[in-house]
Every structure is written in structure tokens, then in C-alpha cells.
Design a protein. Structure first.
Length: 501
């Protein structure tokens, strides 16, 4: 369907792609695999008409093409579904599907009824039984993703690029997505699938193309390659994750959480969290696992003081009861939170690495109460860039220009600057590559070895098992199990995660 020959792309002096060669086959799921910074996003932006200046040739359906815009690529039959969904929240499903290509009559009036009817047919193809007049803001993430696919189907796209499509949806929604992909394959559509979840790729993908450092290193059938072999192709070396061999002293209680409850913000009679109690010890890594909607993120947010009006319970740090009614109270008590969505809640993307790292301790960096001490701020950022091996040429670089793994390190750095006793990590490796994950794991273990207490939420069972000393399992807003790592298996954890008391 599509052949790329010797595609190269530079941004100033930085080589993003270097002589990339690949083929995308129709009726197949073509997995593009590689670490962050490998060039996956840049290549997809070339295919979809975002980047128009590059070297090399693209052949689409047997004919050479060079798209001048995203609209030109869409009109030709290439659609992209970004990880951060590209929908207008307060327009309806139908209005989003037809946005920029509205159906109008001879007087230029929008044919609302006809648009709704066509949208309804598209939604039926995707098993989404919702009125096309529904506002996007009222939909779950998985349903919004299906609207993006409906948009692609309306343009009659023959190549559909999916970027991390399962990163924020439930297992049930994942199954539905897989069945839709199977249907699209049967229609001869070419699916390009980008994901860092290797287990998922072995489930859904037919073919793989590995990018490393902006170049293609291998391609073939998924059935012909093993997971360890694929990791080596991605990283250029074999990575292994070892469990910590430490004994936690239960006498050194760092954090005690008692009877945490959280009311639903809209339905006051309904609780999101029900009487959750647990302890965290000095130097311990406490894993938190649960299925979508179990209340994992909400638990971290309650501890950090983000829901003072709707939450209740007791929080004790170092034997001292704390009244945490705001994030400022949490920080004063020695608690820090690395949020799930680093781009929305963790970073100021348009600011420099330096200002992102220093943002949590500006008062300490003040000079005469008038301005920030520039020398101290630079020294602080340079120190964390070195400590955390943040890949950048300068602390002046903007956060938005770094890879996901390096962005996550900046978020970690800004909270480590506060010298917390307790570090809350909500999906700390979401959307980052296998090598960046290994670096984050190493850092987490190092911080715990230095005495910090760490609570880590993750939806990936292998990650929870590799890093944790104990595991809390949440189900429907309740604590369904506390499992020592020596007794933990994927089967045991899942059994408790689907249990409803």
C-alpha cells in the first residue's frame, strides 16, 4: 500500500530520520516499534502531511506522492489517530466527524439531519450505540477513540495510523478496539500501530518495523520473532529487570493512611473510594494495581490534597497527623506527586527545562524577595540533568521538544528538588520506551534505597511485579488485597482486581 525509500529528516542540526526504508502492507496491522526518539512520530507526520520538507520518496498505491498538507494526505486516503485525541469537546459526535467538510445545501446551510444520519451509520459499524448528537465531552476516552476511527472511515482512509491507542482505555474497550481492527483488516485497510506495550503488539500485529536512532534496523512477521529478540533490536542490547532483594523494617512507618473515602463529584450518594487504609514504610516501594475505574489515580490525588471538599480520612506522616487540604499542605508534609498525564499536569511545555525543574522551589531560589537567583537555578537544573541523565544539549531547551522519557525525568526532578519523604508516582512509565522505563525503574529503586517511601501506580502487571516490595490491589474503589511480593503473581493480582465485594 505504501513504500518509503531513503526518508531523511533534520530539525536544524538534529537528525530525526536517516534513510528510513519500509513497506506498509494492506489487510495487515503493521507495528512501528522503537524507543522514544527513534523517529516514529516524525515518520508518521511525514506520511500524514504534517511535515512536508524531507528527503526521499514515498510511493502510495503504486504512485509517487509528496503531500503538501494534512488535508491532502486525508483526501488521498491516509488518516492518523493521535495519542492525545484531536476532538472538539463541546461539539457533537457528528459535528466532529464532519468538521471542515460539513454537508451543506445550495444556500450554504448545514444539513444537520443528514450529517447525523451518516454519523449514525458510521458509529453502528464501530458498535458504538450512542446518539450522534452527543457532545464529545460526555464520552469516555475509549468512545472518543472510536469517534476518531469514524472520522477516518468517513474519509474512506486506506491507511489508518493509530498512535498508542490503548494507553488510556479499559480492557473491555481494548477488546472492542481489537475486534474493530480485525474488521478493518478484513476490508483491506492498512493499519499502522504504534505502541510500547510489547505483549499487546504480539496480540494484534501481523508485521513489525523496528526504528532505532532514526533508522530502520529490521522488519518482518511478528510470528517469526520473540519478545526478547525484539527488545534487543529496539535497544541494541539485552535489558533485564531484577526484583529488589531488600528487607523492609516494619517498625519504620513513614506514612499511615486510614479510612480514605472520596465522594463522587456529581453523585453525592456514590463513593469513588471506600474506607482505604494502608501503611508505607521507610525505603519501601509500594505498588498499586487496579483495573480502569478502580480508583488508583483518585487515591493518589486524595493523599496529595486535590479533593479536600469530597474526601475524608486520616493521613499520618512520621507519626504526625496531617491536615492535608491542598497540594501546598502535602508538599509541606513531605509528599510529592508525579501525575499520570505529564503533559497536562506535570510540565509547562512551552517553558525551559530549567524553569520546569525549579518551579516547585521558587521561594528558596528568591534573591532579595524580588527575583529568582539565576545562578542557583542553573546549578539546580544542571545538577538534576546530570543526576537523572536527561538527554538535552542545554537546560534552556523547551520541555515540549524532549522525548517522553526525558520529559518524565524533568517531572521527577522538579519534585525531587523539594526533597520529599514520600513520592507518589501515577503511571510513571506511561507512553515511554523500554529503555527509558529501565532508567526510571533504576531511579525509583535508588531513591528507595536512600530511604524514601514510594507509592507507584501502574496498569502494567510486569512493571508492578518487577519494582514493588508489596502490592495493594484496588477493585471498585476498595482495597481488595495487600500482597507481599514473594506471594505475588499475575494470576493472584488479577483475581483480586476483578473481585467485587
Amino acid at each position: 500500500m505504501l513504500i518509503a525509500k531513503n526518508i531523511s529528516k533534520r530539525f536544524g542540526g538534529v537528525v530525526a530520520l536517516s534513510s528510513v526504508n519500509l513497506e506498509l502492507h494492506p489487510g495487515k496491522v503493521n507495528a512501528i516499534i522503537g524507543e522514544n526518539g527513534a523517529g516514529k512520530s516524525t515518520l508518521m507526520k511525514i506520511f500524514s502531511g504534517v511535515h512536508t520538507q524531507y528527503e526521499g520518496e514515498i510511493s502510495f498505491k503504486g504512485k509517487p506522492v509528496k503531500f503538501k498538507s494534512t488535508k491532502e494526505a486525508e483526501d488521498a486516503g491516509i488518516a492518523i489517530i493521535h495519542q492525545e485525541l484531536n476532538l472538539v469537546p463541546y461539539l457533537s459526535i457528528a459535528e466532529n466527524i464532519f468538521l471542515g467538510r460539513e454537508l451543506t445545501n445550495a444556500f450554504g446551510m448545514v444539513k444537520v439531519k443528514e450529517m447525523n444520519e451518516q454519523a449514525k451509520l458510521l458509529l453502528a459499524r464501530l458498535n458504538l450505540n450512542i446518539s450522534p448528537a452527543t457532545k464529545i465531552a460526555e464520552l469516555k476516552v475509549g468512545q472518543q477513540q472510536l469517534v476518531e476511527i469514524a472520522k477516518a472511515l468517513y474519509t474512506n482512509a486506506e491507511v489508518i495510523i493509530m498512535d498508542e491507542p490503548t494507553s488510556a482505555i479499559s480492557d473491555k474497550e481494548v477488546e472492542n478496539l481489537y475486534s474493530i481492527i480485525a474488521q478493518l483488516k478484513s476490508e483491506g485497510k492498512t493499519i499502522v500501530y504504534i505502541s510500547h506495550k510489547l505483549k499487546e503488539l504480539f496480540t494484534i500485529a501481523d508485521r513489525f518495523i523496528v526504528l532505532r536512532d532514526g533508522a530502520t534496523v529490521d522488519a518482518g512477521n511478528m510470528a517469526d520473532v520473540a519478545q526478547d529478540e525484539l527488545i534487543q533490536k529496539m535497544t541494541g542490547r539485552k535489558l533485564s529487570i531484577e526484583r529488589r532483594d531488600v528487607i523492609i523494617n516494619a517498625d519504620e512507618e513513614l506514612l499511615s493512611v486510614k479510612n480514605i473515602c472520596l465522594k463522587h463529584p456529581l453523585f453525592k450518594s456514590k463513593n469513588i473510594l471506600h474506607h482505604i487504609s494502608f501503611q508505607l514504610y521507610k525505603g519501601e516501594i509500594l505498588g498499586v494495581y487496579g483495573l480502569m475505574g478502580a480508583g488508583r489515580t483518585e487515591l493518589m490525588e486524595c493523599i496529595f490534597g486535590l479533593h479536600p471538599q469530597n474526601s475524608s480520612g486520616e493521613i499520618v506522616v512520621n507519626s504526625q497527623p496531617q491536615k492535608i487540604k491542598s497540594p501546598a499542605d502535602a508538599i509541606a508534609a513531605g509528599i510529592a506527586l508525579v501525575p499520570e498525564d505529564r503533559k497536562l499536569h506535570g510540565l509547562v511545555l512551552g517553558h525551559s527545562i530549567k524553569s520546569n525543574i525549579s518551579i516547585t522551589i521558587l521561594k528558596q531560589l528568591e534573591k532579595w524577595g524580588l527575583f529568582v537567583n539565576a545562578a542557583e537555578e542553573k546549578a539546580l537544573s544542571d545538577d538534576y540533568i546530570k543526576q537523572l541523565s536527561i538527554k538535552t544539549s542545554s537546560h534552556k531547551n523547551l520541555a515540549k521538544n524532549l522525548s517522553g522519557g526525558n520529559q518524565q525525568k524533568i517531572v521527577l526532578a522538579k519534585w525531587l528538588a523539594t526533597h520529599p519523604k514520600i513520592l507518589l508516582l501515577d503511571e510513571p512509565t506511561r507512553g515511554i520506551d523500554i529503555n527509558a522505563k529501565a532508567e526510571i525503574y533504576k531511579l525509583i529503586k535508588q531513591l528507595a534505597a536512600e530511604g524514601m517511601g514510594i507509592i507507584m501506580v501502574s496498569s502494567e502487571l510486569p512493571e508492578i511485579l518487577a519494582v514493588s516490595d508489596r502490592i495493594l490491589v484496588l477493585a471498585d474503589g476498595e482495597l481488595s488485597a495487600t500482597i507481599p511480593i514473594g506471594e505475588a503473581t499475575e494470576t493472584t493480582i488479577l483475581k483480586h482486581a476483578i473481585q467485587k465485594n
